[in-house]
Design a protein around this ligand. Sequence first.
Ligand code: ADP
Ligand code: MG
Length: 332
Amino acid sequence: KGVVHRICAGQVILDLSSAVKELVENSLDAGATSIEVALKEYGEESFQVIDNGCGILPNNFKVVALKHHTSKLADFSDLQSLTTFGFRGEALSSLCALGNLTVETRTANESVATHLTFDHSGLLIAEKKTARQVGTTVTVKKLFSNLPVRSKEFRRNIRKEYGKLISLMNAYALTAKGVRLVCSNTTGKNAKSLVVKTQGSGSLKDNIIQVFGMNMFSCLEPVSICISDGCKVEGFLSKSGQGSGRNLGDRQYFFVNGRPVDMPKVSKLVNELYKGANSRQYPIAIMNFTVPTRACDVNVTPDKRKVFFSDESLILQSLREGLQQVYSSSNA
Ligand code: ADP
Ligand code: MG
């Protein structure tokens, strides 16, 4: 059973960034307005997500880390109009299988928090009282340590994994509305360094300034393209001539209804049109697609990073026309 469980766990938790992503989304689902991600040794030693959300109810302590336990999907028809990030009940159980999981949690109904320790199969093996504000802290130590091959790969690629995680945290910081987000890393050499930080003021503009700074923001221009009824693209793109000579993968962020997603086709289109207008440069692109939830499906892949639009060609075509206008007017 152990092995099957671990192989299946690979579906949601592929690497450090997908592990942290699941925890951050749990915090967002719990209504947190403050989320802190704290790494030790770039996440190799441990990572922790600390929130001020609703906490976990005591009668759920035994089941939260069991496979397919979720408190989020009321009935199957909910899948159509899903608003929470999670619904599969796989993240905590997968993390148990892949590392050492502990949880500290407290709801508003309790005066003290509880520290919970789980074993690799998701069973609650120890429980003790502790002091904590309302909210939840999930700690994962030694991710992949019980899978020798994955563990070796993980340690070998740790800087790359860390880089991927930082760009994911940037994505959440850019899209945060009313959520304070902080990410830090502690290493043996450096005490503690803050890597990503936002107050989540609400506007994309303010978030960009907080994450990347005013200098970067001043190189951008706003885009707003209407695609069809209830469907639009808004965001910021490099001004003409202000792009980068290299294709910086960590400078393009795409969102669908505020969720970070991978959009290779959109990225390719944006690069192509920008290069057309600016010889050999690549733009910074930070764009949110607002679409009716019924017109897209973000839950197709286990990590929910891929989106499918029911009318993808219309969206790409409108985007192409809209961007051509943006660049022709800024070049004029
Ligand atoms: P899912 O998010 O798909 O429901 P998870 O395995 O990610 O599944 O989490 C299992 C359950 O644990 C959630 O449904 C939720 O009830 C609880 N939970 C996990 N993290 C938190 C958190 N940060 N705050 C409150 N509840 C949480
Ligand atoms: Mg979840």
